[in-house]
Design a protein around this ligand. Structure first.
Ligand code: NAD
Length: 268
């Protein structure tokens, strides 16, 4: 990806010490942005990501915050504005699963996933939007006054038995993203989502760890490979850049065709 694409921009990535967030933070740094690496557990991993980003000659630091905690999100963005001057790109990526069939799912399992995956993105978007509106457009930096990228999932539109909390959170992210896109577009703020398919990260290790599991998974992927975190990271860089300046309120599925109803390739 072009090393100059995001030169001079300041990005924050939540859940950036693992998987997709980690690859995204590194790719944003490679594209020339200064990057805040948010994490909630695992400070050593976060510091390693910071070191990789700094090697591109940009600024970076790690910041511990729970995205579902309002005070911690407010403080995280306030510190970024103080230390880096502002924020141009918010990547609301942090997410988790607490899987269970409906009848066995506890309220705590439901609530935790909604709190992190949906409320966390709301809080991050709100705090970023306040700063985008305060600062406005800086033409030398970007055509937009700010970019919010919500990490969604194919489960924004694909139902998922045994994961009603997760699928509901991502369905909610889709409508939140579109509503915020409509509300913030007049302020020249672009809000969009990336919908990953099956990406090789710790969140779904069971689905790709053994050859048998991977073969099962490939039945759902027309393009016939499991995705890598870098597939998503590159899509985020493109979405954050002015190459996508007229893209507002879109979900870009980066899924090897998973949302093409692959079962219909041989039947239906
Ligand atoms: P991951 O488990 O590797 O990373 C998730 C990150 O979020 C971790 O760094 C974790 O510590 C962090 N996190 C969890 N709770 C947090 C909190 N309260 N505050 C701050 N950070 C928190 O998994 P991943 O696959 O990289 O997932 C990243 C995002 O991509 C998630 O939103 C996930 O739903 C989405 N996604 C992943 C896949 C996939 O196949 N891996 C597919 C679709 C969507």
């Amino acid at each position: 990806m072009n090393a100059q694409l995001l030169r001079g921009q300041k990005a924050l990535v939540t859940g950036a010490n693992s998987g997709i967030g980690k690859a995204t933070a590194i790719a944003l740094g490679r594209a020339g942005a200064d990057v805040v690496v948010n994490y909630v557990v695992g400070p050593d991993e976060a510091e390693k990501v910071v070191e990789q980003i700094k090697a591109f000659g940009v600024r970076s630091y790690a910041h511990e915050a729970d995205v579902s905690n309002e005070g911690q999100v407010v403080e995280m963005v306030a510190r970024m504005v103080k230390e880096l001057g502002t924020i141009d790109i918010m990547v609301a990526n942090a997410g988790l699963q607490r899987d269970s069939s409906l009848v066995d799912m506890t309220l705590a399992q439901w609530q935790k996933v909604i709190d992190v995956n949906l409320t966390g993105q709301f809080l991050c978007a709100r705090e970023a939007a306040k700063e985008f509106m305060r600062r406005g457009i800086v033409p030398e930096v970007s055509r937009a006054a700010g970019k919010i990228i919500c990490m969604s999932s194919v489960h924004q539109i694909v139902p998922w038995t045994g994961h009603v909390n997760y699928a509901s959170s991502k369905g909610g992210v889709g409508m939140m993203m579109q509503t915020l896109a409509q509300e913030l577009a007049p302020h020249h703020i672009r809000v969009n989502a990336i919908g990953p398919g099956a990406i090789r990260t710790p969140i779904n290790r069971d689905a790709w760890e053994t050859p048998e599991a991977e073969a099962e998974l490939l039945k759902l992927i027309p393009y016939q490979r499991v995705g890598d975190p870098e597939d998503i990271a590159d899509a985020v860089v493109a979405m954050a850049s002015d190459l996508m300046d007229y893209v507002v309120g879109a979900t870009l599925y980066v899924d090897g065709g998973m949302t093409l109803f692959p079962g219909f390739a041989t039947g239906g």
